[in-house]
Ligand binder design. Structure first.
Ligand code: SF4
Length: 491
């Protein structure tokens, strides 16, 4: 049975007439009692309900024609009811060019004609919370503002504002339809392991400890890890992110990011008298020392990786005249070292295991004398997460990978899932999920890159739970117990 779009008023129903093809529409009537009764009678097993209509704003920042998406429905007989799909719905509406506010929506039995303060709600209507209480399934609510504290109902222009609000409701229709098509009972299959690795945990802890201990500001060169949420969180706690150490005041504390840096960066920091705290992942440091070892003995070092990635830039900096970056198998076929008998290779830690192996295979065939690292350069966290995403992709209709677009290991997870033949998307957080991807997806695989915080997974699962009954299952996978010690100055 499909989801229902519940529309209280005749005018709202008329505004949406013909604009929700293939969607079940329920006209609930006005007011909490009538709308609750009609919801109970008309729900007929719908997995979720979306209330759509107009409302009055309670928050002075809202303007007529703005759209309110409820994240909580207040004032109903069941008390406050969360509306977890709000981030997904708000994003869909914003993609239609609408001005959207997400927050609590209050339901009252009477028409509010004067100021109503102290509720904490963005807007007020007469049905949503009552419908939510009656439905007993996940409920979302979209309301377009007609009146505001500055433009009350009994004032000139209400008719015009009402007509404009209904026009906005018409523009919202495609997003409402996307929500209804995405709503269904669903299973979420969580990859194991997912999210933070030991190197990222360590890097974040390094900044936190430095913030606790430093008497002045703590500067961080570049993103500490490639995740916008991690950076924003640390920024809020006082960390100052810079591009280069030259921007850091002399004598201040600077943290070097997890991806590692070229020796020249450390030299610049020393020249400025900076107190350097090194958050480079020990597994990246290992690759740096391999490059130093091979280059000292005169080898050309093939660095398999993405030339513009910060980790590769830093690793290459150990021996710029000896390191040759090899991005793919085609480049591996063409590369010409000074002496084919004195060659070695290393890898970026976050590559796709199978792709990197293809490149290494070409190099091994072309250069039989090729030296290889003693142990894999692609780190345990990358390997485990790729294996785990491959497994869930094979069993899912869709895979969602949480991570930032500049996170190499997160990008690789989406690619690995797609190579299994399953559509996959890399998303910053739940608000970046396009409802259209979810239509027909009964089982959604979810994972997160090594730099993506675990709460993003929880938030996404919660949001998906707002689209209908949800079963959540963790796939079996590798147990990770790796723990890296903090730099000695912080331990
Ligand atoms: Fe270290 Fe691997 Fe995590 Fe990168 S992904 S920080 S190399 S453990």
């Amino acid at each position: 049975m499909s989801a229902v779009v519940a529309i209280p008023l005749r005018a709202e129903r008329a505004a949406l007439a013909g604009r929700l093809p293939g969607t079940r529409v329920l006209r609930t009537g006005m007011g909490p009692a009538r709308s609750a009764a009609r919801t109970r009678a008309g729900l007929d097993g719908a997995p979720a309900v979306l209330v759509a209509g107009v409302a009055g704003a309670l928050d002075e920042r809202l303007r007529p024609g703005d759209v309110v998406v409820a994240d909580e429905l207040r004032g109903g007989p069941a008390g406050a009811i969360a509306s977890p799909s709000a981030p997904l719905l708000a994003a869909a509406l914003r993609r239609k060019g609408l001005t959207v506010h997400v927050g609590p929506l209050l339901t009252r039995a009477d028409v509010v004609r004067g100021p109503l303060t102290g509720t904490g709600a963005l807007a007020v209507d007469m049905e949503s919370a009552a419908i939510a209480a009656a439905a007993g399934t996940p409920v979302a609510a979209v309301r377009v503002v007609v009146d505001t504290p500055r433009h009350p109902l009994r004032s000139p222009g209400t008719v015009v504002r009402g007509a404009r609000a209904l026009a906005v409701l018409r523009r919202a229709a495609p997003a409402l339809q996307e929500w209804a098509a995405a709503a269904r009972p669903r299973e979420v299959l969580l990859a194991t392991p997912r999210s933070f690795c030991a190197g990222v945990e360590r890097a974040v802890t390094v900044v936190e400890r430095a913030l606790e201990r430093a008497s002045g500001p703590v500067y961080v060169r570049r993103q500490i890890v490639h995740n916008a949420h991690v950076v924003a969180d640390l920024e809020n706690r006082g960390a100052v992110f810079v591009q280069e150490v030259g921007e850091v005041p002399e004598g201040a504390t600077v943290v070097l990011a997890a991806h590692g840096v070229a020796p020249g960066v450390r030299e610049d920091a020393d020249r400025r008298g900076l107190a350097v705290v090194d958050a480079t992942c020990p597994l990246v440091t290992k690759v740096h020392s391999e490059v130093r070892r091979y280059s000292r003995r005169g080898d050309t070092v093939f660095l398999i990786g993405h030339a513009d990635h910060e980790e590769v830039v830093g690793t290459r900096g150990e021996a710029p005249h000896r390191v040759v970056v090899v991005e793919d198998a085609e480049q591996a076929e063409r590369v010409q070292p000074a002496d084919p008998e004195r060659v070695a290779y290393v890898m970026q830690t976050t590559l796709a295991v199978d792709e990197a192996e293809q490149v290494a295979t070409v190099l091994r065939r072309r250069f039989p004398a090729l030296s290889a690292p003693r142990s894999d350069d692609i780190c345990y966290a990358t390997t485990n997460r790729q294996r785990a995403v491959r497994e869930i992709a094979a069993a899912s209709d869709l895979v969602l990978v949480l991570g930032s677009a500049n996170s190499s290991n997160s990008q690789r997870l989406a690619e690995v899932a797609e190579r299994e033949g399953t559509p996959a998307h890399l998303v910053e957080d739940a608000s970046a999920v396009d409802l259209r991807w979810l239509a027909g997806a009964a089982r959604v695989g979810v994972t997160a890159g090594a730099s993506a915080p675990p709460h993003l997974v929880d938030d996404l699962v919660t949001a998906l739970g707002g689209l209908g009954p949800l079963a959540v299952r963790s796939a079996a996978g590798a147990v990770e117990d790796v723990l890296f010690a903090l730099p000695k100055e912080l331990s």
